[in-house]
Design a protein around this ligand. Structure first.
Ligand code: BGP
Length: 487
């Protein structure tokens, strides 16, 4: 019988917690046999940002050199490598039920494709997962979070060469198996939809190419990631049929600038360049609209005969995404329409929204729209695996951080999440970014802070690394305790 009941709030079993990534937290880059990843060298080196288009091999060589000379203290992340027990205890104090982290490929295979894995690296993640389980915190693990081993950039130009797939899937087979009884939730590529901007996602140096050649190379590299993702999904389902594999995209809800149909069609076209990724990974095939896009832009994707079947047969179990902001498509910008780039996406300013100190537009309702649109489109479980506010925090004399702005941000987004659940969306959980302050990815700064816990470390690497809970820490603890009843 059809029931008109609808959920009133967060369901039982909803996973509350937070998220981070190896490159931005771990540190410990020069211990226990770890190799380097391209993105972490660039973050640490500070010469360039790895989300930029103009990273060259020379930059990478320089960054590797600076790394080995230990010139750049930011490379320490927040030193999670040595302080994980304290950090996990703090998460437990907030009542975390899940924590998302990524495995650093170059900690396991220092050069990406070494003959033997680095046992010390594997043991590190064993310790992390065991520690999390001690507090009943479910690990949620990203296999690739912007950290292709730098050796594979030199060898294959990262994901541009199909040969990287066998190295990548040897790594995924190993870790999926090794941690099969410790991890149930996995995801393949972090924000795979940012792969056409910058160096970070594909680990491919293409600064000497024309714009068109660059796009060709990046879409080809992304095809290789789709294939590696499908293989990893197949591996997981064979190893542990109960475990779940997700895809992960960076979501900026897209609005037309006006009710003019030309803005609407543009918004749809630009949005599809992001929806393309979950379309492939959830529906198992390249969508028709991309054929036209590729043709119009002179792009040809080289596929092997079995690729299409592989994609079709190995779709993911859930859709996870980050949400920080929204964007505006404008087909007829005038001089007063301000162009902005937020979260690696280009768009226009939205006069209805306020921005963060870094200009990211704050749009909680956009999150509800996203959740509803994703649920309507895919009907697979959804998982918010990043949402948070980057801000400058002030440590007061009595060693407190009164971050009501962060509480407001998280609270207003959670209110909309609750509405989306009432709308009928099937949501697995909410993981805020990030429990402990970490190095910002797009700016390589420490002062752009996201944590509920403050880390005493400045942009130049000075500080005790001591942890201090912020006001938001106590607020979030209450939210989790009441399963979102008290926001
Ligand atoms: C997402 C990335 C994260 C994280 C976050 C915040 O795009 O997945 O790694 O960094 O954005 O961005 P930023 O650190 O650039 O402020």
């Amino acid at each position: 019988m059809y029931s008109t009941d609808y959920p009133q709030s967060f369901p039982a079993g909803f996973l509350w917690g937070g998220a981070s990534a190896a490159t931005q937290i771990e540190g410990g880059w020069n211990v226990d046999g770890k190799g380097l990843s391209g993105a972490e060298c660039i973050i640490a080196g500070g010469q360039k940002n790895s989300t930029q288009d103009n990273v060259t091999k020379k930059d990478l060589l320089l960054a590797v050199k600076s790394q080995s000379e230990m010139k750049y203290p930011k490379r320490h992340g927040n030193d999670f490598y040595h302080r994980y027990k304290e950090d996990i205890q703090l998460m437990a104090k907030m009542g975390f039920q899940a924590y998302r982290l990524s495995i650093s490929w170059s900690r396991i295979f220092p050069h990406g494709d070494d003959e033997k894995p680095n046992e010390k690296g594997l043991e590190f993640y064993d310790r992390i997962f065991d520690e999390l389980h001690r507090y009943n915190i479910e690990p949620v693990v990203t296999l690739f979070h912007y950290d292709t081993p730098v050796a594979l950039t030199f060898k294959y130009n990262g994901w541009a060469d199909r040969k990287i797939i066998s190295a990548a899937t040897r790594y995924t087979q190993l870790v999926l198996k090794r941690y099969s009884d410790k991890v149930r939730y996995w995801m393949t590529f972090n924000e795979i939809n940012t792969g056409t901007t910058g160096f970070h996602a594909t680990g491919a140096v293409d600064s000497d190419l024309s714009k068109h050649e660059q796009l060709q190379l990046r879409y080809q590299a992304l095809h290789h990631q789709f294939i590696a993702s499908a293989i990893a999904t197949k591996q997981l389902h064979q190893i542990n049929p109960q475990a779940k594999m997700g895809c992960m995209i960076g979501r900026d809800q897209t609005y037309p600038a006006t009710a003019n149909p030309s803005d609407s069609i543009l918004a749809q076209q630009e949005d599809r360049l992001n929806l393309f990724y979950p379309d492939v990974q959830i529906r198992g095939e390249y969508p028709e609209y991309m054929n036209r896009y590729f043709k119009d832009h002179g792009i040809k994707i080289k596929m092997k005969p079995d690729d299409q079947q592989l994609l079709k047969k190995n779709t993911v179990d859930y859709l996870s995404f980050s949400y920080y902001t929204s964007r505006v498509s404008n087909s007829r910008p005038t001089s007063s329409d301000k162009k902005i780039t937020v979260n690696m996406a280009n768009g226009f300013n939205n006069p209805y929204l306020e921005g963060t100190p870094w200009g990211w537009l704050i749009d909680p309702v956009g999150l509800r729209v996203t959740l509803n649109e994703f649920w309507d489109r895919y009907h697979v479980p959804l998982f918010i695996v990043e949402n948070g506010l980057g801000a400058v925090d002030q440590l007061t004399n009595d060693r407190k951080i009164h971050d009501d702005y962060r509480i407001n941000y998280l609270q207003s987004h959670l209110e909309q999440v609750k509405e989306a659940i009432k709308d009928g969306v099937n949501l697995i959980g909410y993981l805020m970014w990030s429990p402990i302050d970490l190095v910002s990815f797009s700016t390589s700064e420490m002062k752009k802070r996201y944590g509920l816990v403050y880390v005493d470390l400045d942009n130049d690497g000075n500080g005790s690394l001591n942890r201090i809970p912020k006001d938001s820490f106590y607020w979030y603890r209450q939210v989790i305790k009441t399963n979102g009843l008290k926001l």
